[in-house]
Structure formats: structure tokens, C-alpha cells
Design a binder for this molecule. Structure first.
Ligand code: SAM
Length: 381
């Protein structure tokens, strides 16, 4: 029987020997050649069809950026304690949020630059009217991997339409299996609605469904084994996410973090786990149950085992800012550029220059770390 150890600390850190690929040309050489050298003033770069999209987006550490998380709204119908504040609404005005035509245009530009995976998120993506139509347009553009993260509250009634539109995968947040605790974490009365959403998703063509729990010490860390049992009984991929310093109330401390290694040990002691190979850029370390039970465990450890060295992600916020890291100090204003009348080429060139400067790592564990001013709901997880 396979006996994998727990995820190893430090393995995923930036390591030049591991992550630098010499066979891949640097984007700046392509910019020089294609955009600033051979290209004539006023001539548009040909818009490539999905199958012909050959461009790659690389940063200065030669990480290939293929994944884009698009937050389509900063609004949410939940107020999870580890994410949003209980304070009154503090959403941005509608005109500050990217319109659907702006989102369409940016998606097309990102795809032409080499983005292959798009995850729709928020806020809560299902609260924005028109999301099915947007997904259908992304699907028509040829996005290879189209997924969504949702709290599941509105999922049951929308699931089939989302799939018909082209959605292929879904992650549903569920932070407790105890209805009362779930309701105090999310500050809603939605436990049974979310469980129904998970049921519907599982019976749909979306499977296998991923269920995400953010573990916070003293809040829901007593439920690790119950979540694992839930994975086995329901055949879902149960993913445990370490609590990150992105909460609105700024209550995060290191002592609130439940390390992935602890989660692994506890589950493995009860139901031995066997590691499943993963792609370098995947956020989760994946395990199946060694006894052959259905379901899977995923451990996402951004705090105790950062995986920045192989990060392939960038994020577009609902108000049109590009972020190269969840913990970026700065964000970059694509909305302003679009609204000032920039050409696609201007936007592409700007995106390349921002991506080139993507942070080496998030620095949560560095002395003097300061959390970003934007919290998770305003970034898009
Ligand atoms: N509303 C959707 C949902 O609940 O899944 C999508 C947006 S939510 C911001 C995306 C993900 O971020 C969720 O899985 C949520 O649990 C996670 N998240 C929010 N705040 C977090 C934090 N401080 N640390 C870790 N994960 C967090």
C-alpha cells in the first residue's frame, strides 16, 4: 500500500532550479519582435481564433500564466466571518464594476495572450444577473477550462442553465456540516439550501463537485473528520483551505491557521490516504482514500506551504483591477484604460508589463508582512 507522507514544508517555494525553463522564450523578446519591432503603426494585430491562440504569458521568473480568476461582482449574499465584515454594505457603485461588454473584451484579450483557464468568482457570482450568458460567451471564445466558485445558495435553480451555457466544473463553499454553526459562520439561514445546491450539482453533469472549507482554529477545526466522512459518503472532493489574512475584520492571526499537515495527519489516522499526482501549478495536494472509498481530499496550504513557485494565476477584480497575487500591494487599472479608449494592443501590452512583474511570492511568512488593503470579497477567491 502506498504510504505518502504529509505535504512537505518548503517543497513548493520558489527554486530557480525547479521552476526556470530555458526552452521557453521570454515574453519581452516577443513583445520586442512582434509589437514594437515589426508591427506597423496603426495596424491591428490579427485576432486569433481560439484554436490558433499560441501566445504565452510569462513572468520574469518564467512562470507561465494560464489561469485567470474573474470576479464579476463584489456583492455577496453571505457574510462569512473569515471573509466579510458584519458591517453594513460597502459595495462599489454599479458604474465602477466592469460591464458585460468590458468583461467580454478583456476575456478576449486575455485569451489571445495565452490564458486557458477561467474561473468565475466574486463576491458571489450567482447574484449578478447575466452570468449564464457571460459563461456562454466565454465558452464560445474557446476557454479550455471554465469553472466557478460559489457559495451554492442560488445553485440548485441555476445549475442546468450554467451547464448548458458551458460551465464544466464547480467549487462550492461549505464551512460547517452543523447547521447552527454554518449559519453563524455565514451569518445566513442557508444551510439546507446550500446542501440542496451540492446535491443538485452532484447529480448534474458538473461532477465531480469540489467542496471548499476554510478551517479556522476554534471555529470549525473540530469538523475535519466529519468533512472527510462527508467526502466518503457523498463522493465529493473535499478541500481544506488554510485561513489567510484577507478577512475584512482583520482578526487573522497565525494561531487561527489550521495547518494542512495537521489535517492530513488527522484524516490519515482514521482513513489512510494515498496521494494522487498533481500538476505543478495546482493549488491543492490531492489524496484518495486508500480503502477505495469514493471521494477525495484536497489540502490547500498557502500559509504553511506556499506554492508561489509554480503559480500560474492572475486575478481580475470586479472593478477592473488586475492583481498578480492575492497579496499584491498594488492593483492595476484595466477599467480606466478601457474607459479612456485604449486599443486592444495597448491593453495587451499593459497586461504583459504587469504580469512580467508578478511577485515572486506572497510574503505572508516574511517579517513585517502587511495584509493587502483589499480583502477577499473585493479580490475574488
Ligand atoms: N462567494 C463565493 C464562495 O463563497 O465560494 C466565491 C467568492 S469567495 C471570496 C471565494 C473563496 O474564498 C471561498 O472558497 C472562500 O471560502 C474563500 N475565502 C474567503 N476569505 C478567505 C480567507 N480569509 N482565507 C481563505 N479563504 C478565504
Amino acid at each position: 500500500m502506498e504510504t505518502p507522507g504529509p505535504p512537505e514544508l518548503g517543497k513548493e517555494r520558489i527554486d530557480g532550479k525547479v521552476c526556470i525553463s530555458v526552452s521557453r522564450p521570454h515574453p519581452r523578446s516577443r513583445i520586442g519582435q512582434f509589437y514594437f519591432g515589426e508591427r506597423k503603426e496603426g495596424v491591428r494585430a490579427p485576432r486569433v481564433q481560439p484554436k490558433q491562440r499560441l501566445m504565452t504569458l510569462l513572468d520574469k521568473f518564467d512562470r507561465q500564466i494560464t489561469d485567470l480568476r474573474i470576479s464579476i461582482t463584489d456583492r455577496c449574499n453571505f457574510r462569512c466571518v473569515y471573509c466579510r465584515s458584519a458591517d453594513p454594505e460597502n459595495y462599489r457603485d454599479h458604474d465602477q464594476i466592469l460591464s458585460w461588454p468590458e468583461l467580454d473584451r478583456l476575456a478576449n484579450i486575455f485569451l489571445s495572450l495565452g490564458i486557458r483557464k477561467i474561473r468565475i468568482t466574486g463576491g458571489e457570482p450567482l447574484v449578478r444577473a447575466g452570468v449564464e450568458e457571460y459563461i456562454a460567451r466565454l465558452h464560445a471564445l474557446g476557454v479550455e477550462d471554465l469553472s466557478m466558485t460559489t457559495n451554492g445558495h442560488l445553485l440548485a435553480e441555476r445549475c442546468e442553465r450554467l451547464i448548458d451555457a458551458g460551465l464544466r466544473r464547480i467549487n462550492i463553499s461549505l464551512d460547517s456540516l452543523d447547521p447552527a454553526k454554518f449559519e453563524s459562520i455565514t451569518r445566513t439561514k442557508s444551510f439546507s439550501t446550500v446542501m440542496h445546491g451540492i446535491d443538485v450539482a452532484q447529480k448534474s453533469r458538473l461532477g465531480p463537485v469540489k467542496v471548499n472549507a476554510v478551517l479556522v482554529r476554534g471555529l470549525n477545526d473540530d469538523e475535519v473528520e466529519s468533512f472527510a466522512e462527508f467526502a466518503r459518503e457523498r463522493g465529493v472532493i473535499m478541500r481544506f483551505i488554510e485561513f489567510m489574512p484577507l478577512d475584512a475584520d482583520r482578526t487573522w492571526t497565525r494561531s487561527h491557521v489550521v495547518p494542512a499537515a495537521e489535517v492530513y495527519k488527522r484524516i490519515h489516522a482514521r482513513w489512510p490516504l494515498a496521494q494522487i499526482p498533481h500538476e505543478r501549478s495546482e493549488t491543492a495536494r490531492k489524496y484518495r482514500f486508500a480503502d477505495g472509498a469514493p471521494g477525495e481530499i484536497g489540502l490547500i496550504a498557502p500559509v504553511t506551504q506556499p506554492f508561489c513557485g509554480h503559480c500560474s494565476r492572475i486575478r481580475l477584480t470586479a472593478d477592473g483591477k488586475l492583481r498578480t497575487c492575492l497579496f499584491s500591494k498594488d492593483d492595476h487599472d484595466l477599467r480606466g484604460l478601457l474607459r479612456e479608449g485604449a486599443s486592444d494592443l495597448d491593453v495587451e501590452t499593459y497586461i504583459r508589463s504587469i504580469v512580467d512583474e508578478k511577485e515572486e511570492g506572497h510574503r505572508i511568512n516574511a517579517p513585517g508582512f502587511v495584509p493587502p488593503s483589499r480583502t477577499m470579497v473585493f479580490i475574488g477567491g
